[in-house]
Structure formats: C-alpha cells, structure tokens
Design a protein around this ligand. Structure first.
Ligand code: PEP
Ligand code: MN
Length: 359
C-alpha cells in the first residue's frame, strides 16, 4: 500500500511516522519518503501490517490517505499516479537541461554517442558530431559489461573524465553505465544520468544503490536480456522505493533464437508500459537490432509506438569501433533519424518542433 503524507507535515512528524512504521515492519528494508508528482509517499507491503497496526497508520496525524495498489509494483504504477512523469536530466552540471517525458509539448529526446568511450579524440569528435546532428544528450560507456573477459572493458574513470570534458565542450548532458554499487558515487559525480545495463537489471544491490544515492541522479533502466515487463517494472520499483523517482525505462530488445537480429526489439512494450506505468520509456534500436541497416526503421517504429525518445549508437569510423561496430551509425544517418523523429512526433501530436535547430 502507499501512504500519502499531508502537505503541511513537519520533518519531525515524518520521522516519527517512519520510526513507527519500522517498529511495525521489522524485516522490511529501509523505508523512504519518495516524492511522486505532488505527493510525498511511503510504500509498504500491506500484508506485513496486522489490522490494528493498519488502523493506527491510517489515523496517524501525518497521513493524508492510504491507497491500495493491486499491481506488484506500487510507486511506478499508473494505477497509483495517473499523470505521466517527466524526468529532467542535466540539472547539476553546466549543460543544457533535457526533459524526458510523455507529453505532446515535449519533443522526443535523442541520446546518441559511441558504444564505448575509446579515446579523447574519438569521444570529443563523436560528441560534437552527434550534437551537430541534433542529439540532445550524449551517451558513451566508460565501464563496459563484456561477454568475454578478454575483450575491451572500457576506460573506467578516465572515460568518465572524458565524458565530463565532452559535456563541457558541447553542453550536452551525458549518460553512462554504472555496473557495481561501489562505483555509484564516482559515476554520479561525473554523469548526468546513470545507465543500468541489461545485464544488471536484476542486480538488486545496484538498483538500491542508485535509488538511495543522495544526488538522486536520473537513472536509465534498460530491460533485462530476458526480463518480463513485470520484472522490469519491479526493478524500477526498487530504485524508486529506495528514494529516487527519476527513472526512465529503455527497451533494448530481448533474447530470442533467431540470429537475423541481435535481439528482438519489443516495440509493443511501449504502449503496454504506457498503460502500466507513469515512467517515460525510450527505445534503443541499436542493441535492439544489432545491425546498422535496421536501426533507422526501428527508431521510427519506436517513436511511432509512442516512445519518449531514442538511444542510438554512433561512431565516426564504425569499422574501427572497439565495441558494437555492426550496429554503429554515422553522424549523417543520425541526423536523418532526428529529422524523422520530429516528423513522426508532429504527425502524432500536431505540434511543430520549432525548437529543432540542426547546427
Ligand atoms: C550499452 O548501452 O552500451 C549496453 C551495453 O546496452 P545493454 O545493457 O542494453 O546491452
Ligand atoms: Mn553497445
């Protein structure tokens, strides 16, 4: 159940409610007050309270209302919060702010950049070219989850520093992957958005760590390689319940048996997620298909299905890319995806994107 707190509640009253709840729920993980839209909320497992405890909570002076949500995920559920959440990226660094959300006034966001940060020259050239092509955010992996331990693993902290330099050069906020709880501090210091990769969607200590981090950096949660939509939403719930409501989902395809595509991009997950959750949803047609020739058409399909944006891998010399070279697009191909994205959004919403300026 979700406890809604009164707007006027003082810090002292809230702390008192939290300690009462932790007495009632001995084995429950740390309880957090989370802001969802206009509400301050605390989510708990209703079954863990007996009748008397539930009545005490319901009648507590700080409690405005108690809402029962029937889905296994609570705070991310649209059954609880009917509006669509908007996640703003780039607030804490000197760069442009980018709003990701599902509203006709918001342009879809195109996030682009190389799979991996490979070198200073490569990253700065890529950053400038994706900006020129119309991307609003830069991506690039500094810590790479590779299938083989003998493959390039990323530049690590050096890569984070290069991403910060690329942000300074272009004004684009950056998103990069964090793979382990111990690295959340340093990645959050340099990045504007933390990516949880597909292989880590089930890494619950990592989900808690990005959720409880004091900077509350926006999180892009990619769908697990073989995750159901409910498992994915429960992974998002871990982050939000730990205190960070700034979560964006990213559909990147699920594992199947057919090698004609790297993964099966589940475009239908977009309208399904829009029914189930208020969180924004992005499409990653690069990992979703694995082949550059398939990326533009699936990018268009994702936007047409209602995604709030795209994540696209771009390399200025794809043949030389250290990771994921088969799916990398040129900056020119990215520019045409950006143009298509605005055109489709305009058809869907009847809104002119006068904001689009291709430098
Ligand atoms: C990536 O975005 O570079 C990546 C590794 O993606 P995924 O976790 O979806 O495989
Ligand atoms: Mn990649």
């Amino acid at each position: 159940m979700i406890i809604l707190l009164r707007k006027q509640a003082s810090m002292e009253e809230k702390t008192q409610l939290l300690s009462l709840l932790s007495c009632f729920l001995e084995s429950h993980p740390a309880l957090e007050i989370v802001r969802i839209g206009h509400y301050e909320t605390i989510a708990i497992d209703a079954a863990a309270l007996d009748h008397m405890q539930a009545t005490i909570i319901r009648n507590h002076g700080v409690v405005e209302d108690v809402v029962t949500v029937d889905t296994p995920y609570k705070l991310v559920s649209r059954a609880f919060y009917k509006e669509s959440s908007c996640v703003v990226v780039g607030k804490d660094h000197d760069c442009q702010e980018v709003a990701i959300g599902d509203s006709s006034e918001l342009a879809p966001v195109v996030i682009a950049g190389p799979c991996s940060v490979e070198s200073r020259d490569q990253l700065l050239a890529s950053a400038q070219s994706v900006k020129n092509a119309g991307a609003q955010m830069l991506r690039g992996g500094a810590f790479k989850p590779r299938t083989s331990p003998y493959q390039f693993q990323g530049l690590g902290i050096e890569g984070l520093k290069l991403l910060a330099e690329a942000r300074q050069l272009t004004g684009l906020p950056v998103v990069t992957e964090v793979m382990e709880p111990a690295m959340v501090d340093v990645v959050a210091e340099y990045a504007d958005m933390l990516q949880i990769g597909s292989r880590n969607m089930y890494n619950y200590p990592l989900l808690r760590a990005v959720g409880s981090h004091p900077l509350k950096r926006p999180v892009m949660l990619k769908r697990g390689l073989s995750a159901t939509i409910d498992e994915w939403l429960l992974a998002a719930e871990y982050i939000v319940a730990a205190g960070n409501p700034n979560v964006v989902l990213c559909e990147r395809g699920i594992r199947s048996y057919d090698s004609h595509t790297r993964n099966v991009l589940d475009v239908a997950s977009v309208p399904v997620l829009k029914e189930l959750t208020h969180l924004p949803v992005l499409i990653d047609p690069s990992h979703g298909t694995g082949f550059s020739r398939l990326v533009p058409v699936m990018a268009r399909a994702g936007i047409a299905a209602g995604a709030s944006g795209l994540m696209i891998e771009v390399h200025h010399n794809a043949a030389q890319a250290l990771t994921d070279k088969n799916q990398a697009l040129s900056p020119m191909q990215l520019q045409s995806i950006v143009e298509d994205t605005y055109a489709i959004h305009e058809v869907l919403n009847g809104v002119k994107q006068s904001a689009l300026q291709i430098a």
